[in-house]
Design a protein around this ligand. Structure first.
Ligand code: SDX
Length: 436
């Protein structure tokens, strides 16, 4: 219920028995207002309860805004569609980190700074040798990104803004190199070093697909598509992995360790692992004739099967990224001369059926960014195990930007949620001889 405090500020009134409290309401630029409960426990002895944080704002942020009902995604106020159409990934990185689009001079300086940090310490190549060749690349990424804190002691003091900036640039710059190394290691090919004359995404594709025995020319259409895919994945407000990075960072952990925590969280099939799971699902369905069987299973509460790449905690409309992803998928398949991809046929028909099905309409389940990305990445030559690595590569700037915003917040404190305890009340120890 709306109230106003004695200062005239907007407040919500909480009443419990004879007592009542005014809880301040804060208004954002756009989007829902928030009820400030930070003093609730001290005033009332009560906690709030919101497992999954469906109604909880964990922080204030100026970076990304999502309107789930309208299917809107803004990076620093700019619509994702306009950024994907008009800019490149490093421009989006600059925007997310600094809050404004760069001038030409700022962009050139930023690109050069990233380019100059793309190499990793040569000892990292020996670090990789410890893995089995069939290690999942995400396992390698969690480990190798965490290991960066063992190599770059000169940028782990988070209280020093200069070191924070260097660590941010290093993370953005080295993720493609580590991702390409994880891929090369898994297929038994030698690592390919970064080439400074290539732009960020062309350099990544070269490190993935070039081999020492012949010249490799990056396809500019595919590089542009990959760059657009990176833009789509760059940030997404307080999703599970970003919240993980913020929570890890709130303890003062160094940025490399925080990003490693984010990568670990992203790996889950309910989150960033959904692109790999979605392609496996489309492959398992195999043919449009089998779609009804899987639609039926996805509605069955006793069946753990879910339509991977469908549904979203926030989007209750079409994920704007999925639309761009679908267009990019057609561009890539067209450039590669893939006329009829059976997986795409299944995906398009599955989407058509699901979007006309009452269950999906009622629960507002739409394709999300992961639904078409797997088909695109597979066509580009990546194995399914690399899909979430590519997501992590792109999301690194979002994680770093959100981590930076949190560290620079003067009110920043360690995150420490409480709980609803339903375990045993206090009881005395029972000697072994007396246990039944
Ligand atoms: C990402 O948060 C982000 O921003 C994440 C992300 C980002 O950029 O960081 O956007 C990236 O993680 C995208 C989501 C990728 N995951 C998937 O595609 C996996 C499949 N989707 C579901 O697991 C699910 O939709 C979630 C995890 C995405 C959302 O889960 P919620 O918000 O907890 O929703 P829910 O599981 O409570 O579902 C609500 C209802 C349930 O039915 P009821 O219990 O109410 O009867 O919808 C049903 C669910 O059973 N449902 C599905 C479904 N997703 C939800 N039914 C069938 N197929 C699905 N995919």
């Amino acid at each position: 219920m709306d109230a106003t405090t004695n200062t005239g500020a907007k407040a919500a009134k909480l009443s419990l028995g004879e007592k009542s409290w005014d809880l301040p309401i804060h208004e954002g630029t756009i989007g829902p207002d928030v009820v400030d409960i930070s003093k609730l426990y001290g005033q009332t002895g009560l906690f709030t309860y919101d497992p999954g944080f469906t109604s909880t704002a964990s922080c204030e942020s100026k970076i990304t805004y999502i309107d789930g009902d309208e299917g809107v995604l803004l990076y620093r106020g700019y619509p994702i569609e306009q950024l994907a159409e008009n800019g490149d990934f490093l421009e989006t990185c600059y925007l997310l980190l600094y809050g404004e689009l760069p001038t030409a001079a700022q962009k050139a300086e930023f690109d050069l700074s990233v380019t100059r940090h793309t190499m990793v310490h040569e000892q990292m190549t020996r670090f990789f040798q410890g893995f089995r060749r069939d290690a999942h690349p995400m396992a390698i990424m969690v480990a190798s990104v965490g290991a960066l804190s063992a190599f770059y002691h000169d940028s782990t003091d988070i209280s020093d803004p200069t070191q924070r900036l260097i660590a941010s640039i290093r993370m953005i710059a080295k993720m493609p190199t580590l991702a390409a190394m994880a891929y090369k290691y898994s297929i038994g090919q030698p690592f390919v070093y970064p080439k400074n004359e290539l732009d960020y995404t062309a350099n990544f594709l070269n490190m993935c697909f070039a081999v020492p025995c012949e010249d490799y020319k990056v396809n500019p259409i595919l590089a542009k598509a990959m760059d657009k895919i990176f833009i789509l994945h760059a940030d997404h407000e307080q999703n599970a992995s970003t919240s993980t990075v913020r929570l890890a960072g709130s303890s003062g952990a160094n940025p490399f360790a925080c990003i490693a925590a984010g990568i670990a969280c992203l790996w889950g099939p309910a989150h960033g692992g959904a692109n790999e799971a979605a392609l496996k699902m489309l492959t398992e369905i195999g043919h449009v004739d089998r779609i009804p069987e899987y639609i039926k299973r996805s509605k069955d509460k006793n069946d753990p099967f879910r339509l991977m790449g469908f549904g979203h905690r926030v989007y209750k409309n079409y994920d704007p990224r999925a639309k761009i992803m679908q267009q990019t998928c057609h561009e890539v398949l067209g450039e590669l001369g893939i006329k009829d991809d059976p997986l795409l046929d299944v995906a398009v028909e599955l989407e058509r059926i699901a979007l006309s099905d009452d269950y999906f309409i009622e629960k507002k389940l739409y394709p999300n960014i992961d639904f078409y990305s797997g088909i695109t990445l597979k066509a580009m030559g990546f194995p399914t195990t690399m899909f979430t690595v590519l997501f992590a590569l792109a999301r690194t700037v979002g994680w770093i930007g959100q981590w930076k915003e949190m560290i620079e917040d003067p009110g920043q404190r360690i995150g420490r949620p409480r709980q609803l305890y339903t375990g045993a009340a206090q009881r005395d120890y029972i000697a072994m001889s007396k246990r039944k």
